[in-house]
Design a protein around this ligand. Structure first.
Ligand code: PA5
Length: 443
């Protein structure tokens, strides 16, 4: 087990007694989750997923990933929100944020359908023009506009390039087992389909086929990832004062009640930026409702120490940080010795960048705590697939427990519908005529 919580830098802000007082609430939230009787309990399939996942589906994912790798040089993953962030986070976390530039025996992987930007889509089509391409469209509901539009365009592109039969072998659909336009379409067209389990919502779905297919195409060891998640499940799905997952949920809750309404996830590696995006969606959609919730934000240091660092050190004191401390970096780079020492850097000669990065982290932890910003540190061994699985389960579980402690349903997202309704009405979708008239008068 590599994931651990270090609370050395929250001690000046939260007393041990406060953690003791709140512990029964965290344990009650965990019991409620396990009992499957809490709000949104139809969507807690991810709790046992690391041990109870569908072995046949899993084998099909591995098989399809091998075929995709042999068929294409570019793999397009179409999806938005929980239907792409987990896969992208995993690929950057385990491989690199420069995965595409470095990929040798695996296809380059691009993500589409997560914006409505015409230039982003046109660029991707241009990238694909002279490449061999496969597409994985992912949508649990099967009706989300952004991926649906991107899929229609990429389907046309593939059919023009390979013919209808050729395209059929290159299109992989991940969607609901039985419902939705995409499922009906895939069945009619004869595309290979993968299932988003009924009881797992988008933002908790990275360890289902939603995330696993693109992650396996990138050549990442998904067995290690699932076993990392199972390790976290063993360690954290239990009551007890030594449970770091409950401690994280409790610390966040105490800090929130003290007016710390923004949480900043901090990484010290650029390859953690997409992990932070995944984490923001998980916490933002799960907790931000009914006029409540911590606002999740993120920074990558030391880069952002030269921009947002000023605000964090010295601005409004309504923030706390959660620092991802990856113990062993993926590479070792040493500062060379220079006999002339004109740049005055010889005090660093022979030191590794990993060591300097860690020292920057220690200095920042002390500075930010001194500046009135509590820092929770979450440690993990490395950026392996196993550590990714461990962290995913740790944060999912802490998120669900936090949501129950806050008194919200951590598994719905009613707020996402508001913009969709207005967009459909303004675009003239049948059935929205009345709303369209009302909105147009306001523009
Ligand atoms: O977490 C969620 O449920 C959402 O972010 C969805 O993943 C997102 O809206 C995409 O939905 P769908 O997979 O139905 O296209």
């Amino acid at each position: 087990m590599s994931v651990k919580l270090n609370d050395s830098f929250t001690r000046g802000f939260v007393k041990e007694s406060e953690l003791e007082y709140i512990a029964p609430q965290a344990e009650a939230a965990l019991s409620l989750l396990k009992s499957k009787k809490g709000p949104g309990s139809d969507f807690v399939g991810w709790v046992d997923l690391p041990v109870s996942y569908d072995r046949d589906e899993y084998a099909r994912v591995k098989d399809a990933a091998l075929r995709i790798r042999s068929m294409c040089s570019v793999f397009i993953v179409i999806g938005i929100g929980g239907s792409y962030l987990g896969a992208r986070a995993a690929i950057e976390f385990v491989k690199s944020n420069n995965y595409n530039a470095l990929a040798k025996n695996t296809p380059k992987i691009y993500f589409a359908g997560n914006t409505i930007s015409p230039s982003a889509l046109a660029e991707l089509l241009e990238i694909c023009r002279d490449e061999d391409v496969c597409v994985n469209v992912i949508s649990k509901s099967g009706t989300t506009t952004e991926p649906a539009v991107a899929f229609r365009i990429f389907r046309g592109f593939l059919e023009e390039k390979y013919g209808i039969e050729g395209a059929k072998k290159r299109i992989f659909v991940t969607t609901d087992r039985a419902r939705g336009t995409l499922k009906a379409f895939a069945d009619r067209a004869g595309y290979e389909t993968f299932v988003v389990p009924d009881d797992i919502g988008g933002r908790y779905s990275v360890l289902t086929s939603v995330g696993l297919l693109p992650i396996a195409v990138a050549g990442i060891d998904i067995d290690a990832m699932m076993s990392g998640a199972a390790t976290s499940r063993d360690a954290f799905l239990r009551e007890g004062s030594d449970n770091d997952c409950l401690r994280y949920a409790s610390l966040r809750n105490i800090l929130y009640r003290k007016g710390k309404t923004t949480e900043i996830l901090v990484g010290y590696e650029p390859s953690l930026a997409l992990f932070a995006e995944w984490w923001k969606q998980l916490y933002g959609e799960s907790e931000g409702k009914d006029g409540k919730g911590i606002y999740p934000s993120s920074v990558m240091f030391s880069t952002d120490l030269h921009s947002l660092g000023q605000y964090i050190q010295d601005g409004l004191r309504n923030i706390f940080e959660t620092v991802l401390d990856i113990k062993t970096p993926a590479a070792t780079v040493t500062v060379p010795h220079d006999p002339d020492n004109i740049d005055g850097l010889n005090f660093l000669s022979g030191r590794t960048l990993g060591d300097i990065n860690r020292t920057a982290m220690m200095g920042t932890l002390i500075a930010h705590a001194d500046g009135g910003v509590p820092n929770i540190v979450i440690e993990a061994n490395d950026t392996s697939a196993g550590s990714f699985g461990e962290l995913v389960y740790f944060f999912e579980l802490a998120c669900a427990v936090s949501g129950y402690m806050l008194g919200v349903n951590p598994f719905d997202q009613p707020g996402v519908e508001a913009y969709k309704k207005n967009m459909f009405a303004l675009l003239g979708k049948p059935g929205y005529e009345e709303l369209r008239d009302t909105l147009q008068k306001r523009l």
